[in-house]
Write a protein that binds this ligand. Structure first.
Ligand code: NAD
Ligand code: USQ
Length: 405
């Protein structure tokens, strides 16, 4: 298939682009590198030393002889996006190109508005470009499990059948997102659903859980292809952070009681799920929702597991309970359905098989690059004006000097 990967320089996008091209698809990456600028803005860097995209693509070509097309530009610029769709003529577009950090969207008014503008306008542009130029193209859009929040009932895959005052209907599952970022995904979902109905577009909303790990077969072929591994308080996701913390013996930063339960998946399953969605497209006019995760854990479960596995590797690490900087339930019911991707053939990886090689092992390998000051959460949901501290070299030295490994 001809597949355009919007956001192909990012964490999920890079792994997906390489996976799809290695499976024989023709792939184009579309990205404006804004993710790398957010790192500069925040004074953070990925644990793994990622190369500029041009170098990554050249290395991939040299190793495999396979080429990936590149279109550099902003998807919130309609002229750029439409000319790219016109040139590449994709059969499927995988849309990862959004600001994806909940804390970043909660820094202040400017970052909230930026997040929602970037995300909602980019998706709207895509919907209009597909309608105008490639109406048969299947849109595979990355949504998030966080759109649903944590209701006190089972979470269905996108839709729920409700009986009310003697009448019955199947309606979108109620949304209770917990940040301006998560809200942007809800707005996207509504826009996509509407255009499937109004214009007959075909779309799959992949409500993805928290992704972990950095290892996929393709990115491990060469150091030049290595993927990002974020561990800072803004872009680092919880399990990646715990593994980076374990690698230098820093106490694991559980927010509050740690009863917050989420769906998780290995990045190797992300790439496969996206391929399955592309190979089994939605019908014309259909808006589908798949819950894309494989296992659910509470934050405390994860901390205890990381602590135990690190212990087996000879690393001693404590668990810390910090005041929760977010507004979220710290203990709640959680049971989300996730069978549609397994029905299509997904064979999930399990966390217990990935922790040593794909997570703690990688973190230990690059531990000299870890700055422990980035483990301290600095964005508070209750504040309207968060300020970020500049990276502290001193605290980095003191942790590395402990030689915990
Ligand atoms: P990422 O920040 O690593 O990658 C996003 C990429 O999109 C970056 O390369 C960035 O430069 C690009 N981008 C952003 N806005 C753009 C624009 N306007 N024009 C062009 N390029 C733009 O994020 P990720 O972790 O790979 O996440 C990808 C998608 O998956 C996001 O939509 C995110 O919401 C969703 N998702 C991620 C996770 C996770 O745990 N990482 C979980 C669930 C859903
Ligand atoms: N948490 C901690 N300690 C930490 C970091 C996080 O206890 O050091 C807690 C948070 O309070 C939260 C949970 O861990 O309860 C998950 O936080 P996270 O930062 O790992 O994930 P989240 O903010 O939900 O966002 C990530 C991605 C986002 C994606 C989402 C999927 O950044 O793009 O949409 O996961 S989901 O969680 O299903 O909405």
């Amino acid at each position: 298939m001809r597949i355009a990967v919007l956001g192909g320089d990012g964490y999920c996008g890079w792994a997906t682009a390489l996976y799809l091209v290695s499976k024989g698809h023709s792939v184009a990456i579309i990205d404006n590198f804004v993710r790398r600028q957010w790192d500069y803005e925040l004074g953070v860097q990925t644990l793994t030393p990622i190369r500029p995209l041009s170098e990554r693509l050249a290395a991939w070509h040299q190793l495999t002889g396979m080429a990936i097309e590149l279109f550099v530009g902003d998807v919130s610029d309609y002229d750029f996006l439409s000319s790219t769709i016109k040139t590449f003529q994709p059969e499927a577009v995988v849309h990862f190109a959004e600001q994806r950090s909940a804390p970043y969207s909660m820094i202040d008014r400017k970052h909230a508005i930026y997040t929602q503008t970037n995300n909602v306008v980019g998706t709207l542009n895509l919907l209009f470009a597909i309608r105008e130029l490639q109406p048969d193209c299947h849109i595979v859009k990355l949504g998030t499990m966080g759109e649903y929040g944590t209701p006190n009932i089972d979470i269905e895959e996108g839709f729920i059948t409700i009986e009310h005052n003697g009448r019955k209907d199947t309606l979108p599952f109620p949304k209770q997102p917990g940040s301006f970022y998560h809200l942007s995904k809800v707005h996207d979902s509504h826009n996509i659903m509407f255009t499937c109905k109004a214009w007959g577009l075909r779309a799959t909303d992949l409500n993805q859980g928290v992704v972990y790990g950095t290892v996929t077969e393709e990115v491990m072929m060469d150091e030049a292809l290595i993927n990002r591994f974020d561990y800072d308080d803004v872009f680092g996701t919880v399990l990646n952070r715990f593994c980076a913390q374990a690698a230098i013996g820093y106490p694991l930063t559980v927010y509050g009681q740690g009863g917050q339960t989420r769906g998780f998946l290995d990045i190797r399953d992300t790439v496969r799920c996206v391929e399955l969605a592309c190979l089994n497209p939605a019908k014309q006019g259909e808006f589908r929702v798949f819950n894309q995760f494989t296992e659910q854990f509470s934050v405390l479960d994860l901390a205890v597991t990381v602590q135990a596995v690190a212990g087996q590797m000879g690393i001693k690490v404590e668990i810390d309970h910090l005041p929760d900087p977010r507004v979220e339930a710290e203990s709640h019911y959680y049971n989300a359905r996730h069978s549609k991707l397994t029905d299509l053939g997904l064979k999930p990886h399990v966390l217990s098989d990935s922790l040593v090689d794909s997570l703690i092992g990688i973190a230990v390998r690059y531990r000299d690059r870890i700055d422990p000051s980035l483990f301290v959460p600095q964005i508070n949901w209750r504040s309207t004006q968060n300020e970020r501290r500049i990276v502290s070299e001193t605290s980095k030295q003191s942790y590395l000097a402990k030689d915990t490994v």
